[in-house]
Write a protein that binds this ligand. Structure first.
Ligand code: GLU
Length: 459
């Protein structure tokens, strides 16, 4: 048997991590079994479905690296569903139901409750499923035996007309037609399963294995939702998270490898993953933890890959591939959690703004607070300047600079020497250490700024 799984989103909004975690599990399971993974866009709700959301789903899957083998859009398949509806009616599993008396009841109820009813919501007739009113049970991979009594569902609607099938019907027809062997989906669909099994039986189809994945919860244990600050996966991409970090984190929400290792490549995840070991309880989506994962992946990037990811976030004055940018790479890497932080750091009031130009600063700020004598600041700036001159332009790197001036620093006091130096180089209190700052500026510019500070101190 070839395993075939699917991700079947309704494109009625942007999806947060929970949906993509389900998609990831579904994708991993298909790949582990050398099977197929299908993307099926469930857009039969014409009013709420939008192409923009569909495109966002496609982009997000691509970004995460969850490539699919086949693509379907339900609105393209109305003819297929129509045949099934006709057959269900002919075979006596469904019937056209006259709704006029029901509509009157609804109208009366709404009138009593003082609510307004849209007349286009009322249909003269719909197609209903003839409910055999029985007990349904199925063995869910994660939840075990689940039982439902279908009686309370009544004769539920499966289509508003032959051309307007509703959700439960099309899900079943497609799962059958596409040969889905494992329905891996969110637990919020578990109560839909009884209706869907009735329809599977009516069309004479084999019932797939159900795998209902527990929901993601926010840190206060409420259901993860937009209202609780859950953002769409594409927003994480826009903020400069790495897809590998996202996939790694998503895989560990409700599942973990036997040895509790956290940083795992997709190959390692694929080797170990099993649906049976997905936990029954909801998993907590913790943005801080995601940041931690991202940081680990940022640290692992090669300089070239780092530069590639950073590029979209660079302000105009930083030219990709330039000498300045190459020097900035290790400094940025050391500081960021996600790439969007680069924009602020290199922006006008960012901690690396001084690389572009020396900010305005007060002469007073050159003085070390524990020894605010301007003559001290002057002496130390002159001496460090002299030491800078000993270093060649090509060797003007943070470690060399540090080695060269360190004995002088130790002999004269860290604050006394390094504070005026930091301020002279950067003009800002929030900045990298003076060795890194000097290296970023280069020998010539560093010396220029030291002299500039000296002339301020003299005036
Ligand atoms: N279209 C449904 C949704 O977006 C999923 C249906 C299913 O997976 O069976 O939630």
């Amino acid at each position: 048997m070839t395993v075939i799984t699917r991700f079947a989103p309704s494109p009625t909004g942007y999806f947060h991590a929970g949906s993509y975690r389900t998609a990831l599990f579904s994708w991993i399971f298909a790949r582990q079994n050398k099977g197929k993974f299908i993307l099926r866009i469930e857009d039969t709700d014409k009013e709420r479905s939008k192409r923009e959301y569909e495109e966002n789903i496609i982009d997000s899957l691509k970004w995460l690296g969850l490539e699919y083998d086949e693509f379907f859009r339900q609105s393209d398949r109305i003819e297929v569903y129509k045949k099934y509806i006709q057959r269900l009616i002919v075979d006596g599993y469904a019937y056209v139901s006259d709704e006029t008396s029901k509509n009157e009841e609804v109208k009366k109820r709404f009138a009593v409750e003082g609510k307004k009813i849209e007349t286009n919501q009322l249909r003269a007739s719909v197609i209903r499923f003839k409910n055999p009113n029985k007990k349904i049970s199925f063995n869910d991979t994660i939840r075990g035996m689940v039982e439902f009594d279908t009686t309370e569902l009544g004769d539920f609607i499966i289509a508003k007309s032959e051309n307007e099938p509703v959700f439960h019907l099309v899900v079943v027809i497609d799962d059958h037609e596409m040969g889905i062997t494992h329905i891996i989906r969110g637990e919020d669909h578990i109560s839909n399963t009884s209706r869907q099994i009735l329809i599977f039986e009516a069309i004479g189809a084999k019932i797939p294995q159900y795998v209902h994945i527990p929901l993601l919860l926010s840190s206060d244990h409420s259901k993860l939702s937009k209202r609780h600050g859950a953002i769409s996966v594409s927003e994480y991409r826009n903020k400069g998270y790495l897809p590998e970090a996202m996939v790694n984190y998503l895989a560990l929400l409700g599942w973990h490898p036997s040895d509790d290792k956290e940083i795992l490549t997709i190959e390692e995840i694929m080797d170990e993953f099993s649906l049976e070991r997905v936990q029954k309880s909801g998993a907590i989506f913790d943005e801080e933890k995601l940041k931690w994962f991202n940081r680990q992946y940022v640290l692992k990037l090669s300089d070239t890959d780092f530069a590639e990811h950073a590029r979209p976030f660079l302000p105009e004055w930083v030219v990709p591939n330039s000498d300045t940018f190459n020097k900035l790479i290790p400094v940025l890497r050391d500081k960021i959690t996600k790439f969007s932080e680069i924009t602020a750091m290199l922006g006008t009031s960012g901690e690396l703004a001084f690389v572009r130009r020396l900010p305005e600063y007060e002469k007073q700020s050159l003085l070390w607070k524990k020894n605010p004598d301007p003559r001290n600041a002057q002496t130390h700036l002159i001496e460090t300047g002299n030491l800078f001159k000993l270093i060649s332009v090509d060797s003007f790197m943070a470690n060399v600079i540090k080695q060269t001036i360190w004995p002088y620093v130790e002999a004269n006091g860290k604050g006394d020497v390094l504070w005026p130096l930091r301020m002279a180089l950067t003009g800002q209190e929030q900045s990298p250490d003076p060795f890194i700052s000097a290296a970023l500026l280069g020998k010539e510019e560093s010396l220029k700024r030291l002299y500039e500070a000296l002339s301020r101190l003299r005036n």
